[in-house]
Design a protein around this ligand. Sequence first.
Ligand code: MV4
Length: 446
Amino acid sequence: MKKVLIANRGEIALRVHRACQEMGIRTVAVHSTADETAMHVRLADESVCIGPPSARESYLNVANILSAAAITGADAIHPGYGFLSENAKFAEMVEAHGFTFIGPTADHIRMMGDKITAKDTMRRLGVPLVPGSKGALSSLEEARSVAEEVMYPVLIKAAAGGGGRGMKVARDASEIEEAWRVARTEAKAAFGNDEVYLEKYLDRPRHIELQVLADTHGNVVHFGERDCSLQRRHQKLVEEAGSPVLTPAERDALGAQVTAGLRQLGYRNAGTLEFLWQDGQFAFIEMNTRLQVEHPVTEMVCGVDLVREQIRVAAGEKLGYGQEDVRFSGHAIECRVTAEHPETFAPSPGRVTTYHAPGGLGVRVDSALYSGYSVPPHYDSLVAKLIVHAPTRAQAIARTRRALDEMVVDGIETTLPLHKRIMEDPEFQAGDYTIHWLERFVGRNG
Ligand code: MV4
């Protein structure tokens, strides 16, 4: 692999560029007209404009991206996260045009994109699941009977959903008909697919996910878990590795179960299995077949470059190490800094007059910002990820607070002040939180 086209923008485009650079691989940036002065364009070896500001016409424009790969003579395409990263049709077209897709097979993307197939697959592989319907619900009567069996409250979810879209709670039998009808109508409108399934509703879970990596030779390892419970409206704000509630023995047990399953499946690439964790029990909900935003916390505690590993396995290389070689060291925390008002979350694009990144031992910043850069209004509001690594969780929190105090992003509103308040909070410091904690915290303090 000599040249990689990076089909993304912002900090993740830089992240992929950096891995390529260190591997002696040349990079091609693609960009919209709104991103002519963006950092990923400045750093890449070559760049191609692929369309106007609207993502639909640029970063999601498959024909233009494939043309850019062809005219620059790229060997492979890395999709980053978001945009086309979990689009099975795109993965198929990339390969049909003779490029390597740095990701899983189109079939595995499709399998995990359908949440019912994903769950059926994990059930077959012996991964623990949330109790619920086996497969799609065929009628309201079936919904009623499964709900009685697993006991209310229950959730009706869209097969094509994920990330929180197309879910309806039924607290008791009087709400099931409405939930069934609304979930199906919304699923049809949002995804063109009205298939739904049912799960017991867990009322105060943590969101814990497991990072895996597989090559094309049957080698599968896991890199432990991330606790991603600190979210608001399905947008994560803070992630940590490991989870404050997991013991090494519990991590090993879950990891062994999952890696054995994925080996049977013939999965390749990095991947993330999402679980809900409540009362000491794990229950699989979804699998993401891409690199995730929060992958750096795993990199810091495992000392691994996940993008490098993705590129190596996409090129057909063997992992060259086993689970016993994966060591976990210390604790890592990521703060997602977005261009939003820290209390109202109103978007705040515009010109960054001063940008100063923090530094020192155990501090990493993944960002495409520079002083004088204008954050365009057209895309995701993430402007920087502050990632901190330290020997213990308490030291990681102290280091994060110190780094947040050093960091300067002037000219726009950012969530930096909110991150400072979270790091100061006694409940956060105790690791005592669920997926509902942050919404209450923001309401209480905002
Ligand atoms: C759930 C749940 C409670 N019980 N499933 C939301 C996004 C999608 N990935 C799955 N989601 C949930 N599924 C059962 N059976 C609660 C959520 C949920 C959630 C999950 C992870 C992270 C944040 C969340 C916020 C609200 C609801």
